[in-house]
Design a binder for this molecule. Structure first.
Ligand SMILES: *Cc1c(COP(=O)(O)O)cnc(C)c1O
Length: 515
């Protein structure tokens, strides 16, 4: 017999304040949920319809004051004033990644199916740690892991799990590589039981000199320290040089160091360069070393017909990082970690009696927590699921191809500008360059380019990124928006030249005085 909630008798004991009970998501409030959600969606709709610039240029000190007046112990009691306040303290000055002149970091504009999935996964609130908290959600996630592994070509035994991002995926890769090594040591019961193996100071992780900083962070977390990360030299296109890797491996052996893992990057954060995966894989095989491919950025090529070949060799990886929230146009967070041999994931497994007891695993229950560093975990997989079910992978691949082609066109346009130095033809969709009028020292150029970037943001003209290459300051376009046109980029470059000339003029008297 079922009792409708509305017909239940009064609660015994102290009733929470009606306001609190009104805010619970349940059958009684399905209507209120719908009405209020509609108002939130409507606010976003109005905002997005009128976004004319990627950022207002607000500085931290401009925003700080807005927060000083807010007392978190004095609730506003209802949605309308809370949304009005939120508009002021957040939405008015938010950074809008969908704007064509936001070309700074690896943030993509997001596709509607991904956002619509958020509208479903948040209220249902499944937690993907165990089957008994997610049911079909577990199978959706597993299907997407299998789909990704199959696109990579990892083979029948592959497995993996969704993560919060490339940083967590890289941490998992290096943890598993470390424990894979530990498990082979005679007389060591494995890292899980015994901690670090003797001689752990000699363990090394090899990644190119432009690999992601999460390698250093992971090494520190894993008890190996930054010192464990050994940089490998690149060629002039910022790809790991296999000859340099070979030399590093030989150097390790000669010095009694133990190379634990090689991390090849398929799409470096600054340059988009893709390490020569096949040659690196051959060296790893020869030396019996774990190969991790960090495809946080380049993973989107898995959906491209025209450029998939650039990832050739990724199929030899022992593990792979893919960030769907970068080149699959998904909302943050949405990312995965994959391994070639599912048994390697045992290094992150802990059986808790109350959650995922061993007997449950033995009975074949697919508890994803057995493969994850996280316990309670969002159903981020639903975003990619709905995207594939509505749009399909080809559509994602075509959007990524579009920004790759745009980067090529923009490179040609920049290369025609005599006052702009472009570092390299884009291997993917970033452009690294600086404004370089004749007659300035590198120190002056550093100052000039820093000024240009700040001026663009302060004047709400564009948001671009900056980086350092060989100690010199460069500007960077990261192109992920298929809605950005070449005209947007040439307009930004015009403003760069304008601010650059301004700076030179302002400096002219001091420079004249100094010389
Ligand atoms: C972005 C990036 C990461 C980190 O991913 P997050 O999702 O930001 O944690 C790792 N590696 C590379 C090459 C990246 O570009």
């Amino acid at each position: 017999m079922t009792t409708r909630l509305e017909e239940r008798g009064p609660n015994i004991g102290t009733e929470p304040a009606p306001l609190a009970m009104d805010q619970l998501f349940n059958a009684r409030h399905a209507e209120a949920y719908w009405q209020q959600a509609t108002r939130c969606i409507d606010l976003v709709r109005r905002k997005v319809a009128h976004v004319e610039r990627p950022f207002t240029g607000a500085r931290p000190e401009d925003l700080e004051g807005l927060f000083a007046a807010i007392d978190l112990d004095a609730p506003l009691g209802e949605l309308r004033p809370a949304l009005e306040e939120l508009e002021r303290v957040y939405l008015d000055d938010a950074v809008y990644f969908h704007h064509p002149r936001y070309v700074a970091h690896l943030n993509c504009p997001i596709v509607l199916p991904g956002i619509l999935a958020e509208a479903i996964l948040s209220p249902i609130n499944s937690s993907l740690d165990t089957f008994d908290q997610s049911a079909g959600g577990t199978f959706i996630e597993q299907s997407l892991i299998d789909w990704t592994a199959s696109r990579i070509g990892l083979g029948e035994d592959a497995d993996g799990v969704f993560t919060s991002g490339g940083t967590q995926s890289n941490l998992m890769a290096l943890m598993i590589a470390r424990d894979h090594y530990g498990a082979k040591l005679a007389g060591h019961g494995g890292n899980k039981q015994q901690g670090l193996p003797p001689g752990h100071q000699r363990l090394r992780i090899l990644g190119s000199e432009v690999s992601h900083f999460s390698l250093q962070k992971s090494a520190a977390i894993l008890g190996l320290g930054y010192q464990a990360v050994m940089p490998v030299a690149c060629d002039d296109q910022y790809r790991m040089d296999p000859a340099a890797l070979k030399a590093r491996l030989e150097e390790c052996l000669a010095m009694g160091l133990i190379p634990l893992a090689v991390v090849a990057t398929a799409g470096t954060t600054d340059f988009g360069s893709i390490d020569p995966l096949e040659e690196i894989a051959a060296l790893c095989r020869e030396h019996g070393i774990w190969l991790h491919v960090d495809a946080a950025y380049g993973g989107g090529l898995l959906c491209s017909h025209r450029y998939r070949h650039r990832l050739a060799g990724i199929e030899y990886a022992d593990s792979v990082t893919v960030d769907y929230h970068k080149t699959f146009f998904q909302p943050v967070s949405c990312s995965a970690f994959l391994v070639r041999r599912r048994s390697d994931l045992r290094h992150v497994t802990y059986h808790a009696d109350y959650l995922n007891p061993l007997c449950q695993a033995e009975a074949g229950t697919p508890d994803q927590v057995n493969k994850s560093l996280q316990t309670t975990r969002r159903f981020d997989a639903l975003k990619l699921w709905l995207t594939l079910r509505i749009m399909g992978a080809d559509a994602l691949g075509e959007m990524f191809e579009r920004v790759i082609d745009l980067a090529g066109e923009a490179h040609a346009a920049l290369a025609r500008q005599p006052e702009v130095e472009v570092l390299l033809a884009p291997p993917m969709s970033t452009l690294v360059f600086r404004y370089r009028p004749a007659g300035l020292t590198d120190a002056e150029l550093d100052e000039l380019n820093a000024h240009v970037r700040t001026a663009l943001s302060r004047n709400s003209e564009a948001v671009i990124a900056a980086t350092r290459v060989a100690g010199k300051r460069y500007l960077k376009f990261t192109l992920l928006n298929p809605d950005t046109r070449l005209e947007d980029l040439t307009a930004i470059v015009e403003r760069i030249v304008h601010h650059g000339r301004d700076w030179c003029e302002a400096q002219a008297p001091t420079r004249a005085a100094a010389s």
